[in-house]
Unconditional design. Structure first.
Length: 451
């Protein structure tokens, strides 16, 4: 099997890949059933299961995970005595948020300016199609040389831990020599990259109460303690003057020694408005890959439209804390909750509730699987050397798998390069990236089988 024949096969399959991704993107598979019907997620799960069966997978199953969602599993046997590789992706997606900001409908895959736009096209329904393309290319060129397990999660974006809990209850199911997580992305489109670290995260809901009920701000304002003002003080205490995260007792001085993220490139990727400063200190890579970062995800308070002249009796916020490698997410949660309590003013009543947590991850980049992937990516990307980067986001399943299978090698690749705008309006995937990464994955499986 030559690398050219694999590349030619993948190229010939791209129209089919676009058609399949169109079908998969059409499912509004947001795993928040208060917002979107459960049937949409079930439809996407069944689509994945049918696709695996069509490729000859055995033991295909819809796994009912403890969070009320379904993950899809299948096993494709390889030659006797071959290594086993687990391929991961997820079919659930973020909600489209402001649909008016989308140039084309979020759940209709639309080609525009050389990209395919649609919610989940890159994160991570495109990852499902990437795995299928790689396996089809191998089947057309001598066969798949390893045993392959596929697991496609149904609630990764919600962070509810369903697949992690299922894996812990059924540890034999996902055993493998190597795991390829198809939910990361190249540092730049066209620059082959593996993600070697992930920040973990914790989600904490903060409730502040000061009064039995709202009061007229003219009659009581100035002496009555305002719960919303108290909450704002608490949230402001989580950042220093330069915007650095400041949680009492939480280290924030780690350094990133690998691939650097130039400030101007970051400003462009993040679409920072002219004249607005970046926050924090250290290099951009330090800030987004090696240090904790707090974000206020939402606040429950009266909207501006329809607001009344009232002192607020209660207010609530959802706070996210990204936790870098080397830091324990559970300990970071305790520090965050203690900080909130310590910085709540005026004796206001405050309570915290953790609603999600995932540990950070650091890969062993000296392993044989990384050498196999480096060789494969160099071929797929025409001689470019594979780079190592961090990712500020979280994939909690990585640490679960690393804990369950400490000898298993874990690699992170994927389609979520900066232009993909994952989690934002107008998410889109580069078909060139899909093609090259599918070639790289196929060649990796061949290389790894022979290593």
């Amino acid at each position: 099997m030559s690398s050219n024949s694999v590349a030619e096969t993948v190229a010939s399959l791209m129209p089919r890949a676009k058609a399949e991704l169109t079908e998969l993107v059409a499912f509004k598979s947001v795993a928040d059933f208060d917002q979107y019907p459960r049937s949409e997620s079930e439809g996407a799960a069944n689509w994945v299961a049918d696709a695996l069966r069509a490729e000859g997978f055995q033991d295909v199953a819809l796994l009912d995970t403890p969070d009320g969602t379904q993950s899809v599993y299948g096993f494709l046997p390889g030659p006797e005595g071959a290594k086993t590789v687990l391929l991961y992706a997820h079919y659930d997606v973020q909600p489209p948020l402001d649909e008016a900001a989308w140039v084309s409908p979020p759940f209709e895959l639309t080609e525009r300016d050389g990209r395919w736009y649609g919610r989940g096209s890159a994160d991570c329904k495109g990852g499902v199609v990437m795995h299928l393309l790689a396996l089809r290319a191998l089947k057309a060129n001598g066969g798949v040389p390893v045993h392959v397990k596929v697991i496609v999660e149904g609630s990764e974006e919600q962070g509810t831990g369903g697949l992690q809990a299922y894996a812990e209850e059924h540890p034999e199911l996902l055993t493998a020599d190597t795991i390829v997580i198809g939910d990361a992305g190249n540092f730049r489109a066209g620059l082959p990259t593996v993600t070697s670290t992930l920040r973990g995260m914790t989600l904490v809901r903060v409730q502040v109460d000061t009064l039995e009920g709202n009061l007229h701000s003219g009659q009581f304002g100035g002496a009555a303690p305002d719960a919303l003002a108290a909450l704002i003080r608490v949230l402001d205490s989580l950042r220093a003057e330069d915007g650095s995260t400041t949680v009492d007792g939480l280290a924030d001085d780690a350094r990133w020694d690998g691939l650097q993220y130039e400030e101007e490139a970051f400003r462009e990727d993040a679409k920072v408005l002219g004249g607005v400063e970046l926050i924090g200190s250290g290099t951009v890579a330090d800030r987004v890959w090696a240090r904790p970062a707090v974000t206020v995800l939402g606040i429950d308070c009266p909207p501006v439209v329809g607001a009344t002249p009232s002192v607020q009796a209660g207010a609530r916020a959802l706070v996210s804390l990204r936790v870098p490698p080397g830091m324990d997410a559970a300990e970071a949660t305790k520090l965050l909750e203690a900080h909130v309590v310590a910085h709540t003013p005026w004796g206001a009543r405050v309570s915290t509730e953790q609603i999600g947590e995932g540990q950070p991850f650091r890969a062993d980049t000296s392993s044989p699987a990384y050498a196999s992937m480096a060789e494969a990516m160099s071929v797929a990307y025409e001689g470019q050397e594979m780079q190592y980067a961090g990712m500020g986001g979280s994939i909690p399943l990585c640490n679960t798998l690393a804990s369950l299978y400490p000898r298993t090698e874990i690699l992170l690749i994927g389609l979520s390069e900066p232009e993909a705008q994952i989690h934002a309006a107008n998410e889109g995937v580069s078909p060139d990236e899909l093609e090259r990464l599918s070639i790289a994955e196929a060649l990796f499986l061949r290389n790894y089988a022979a290593s």
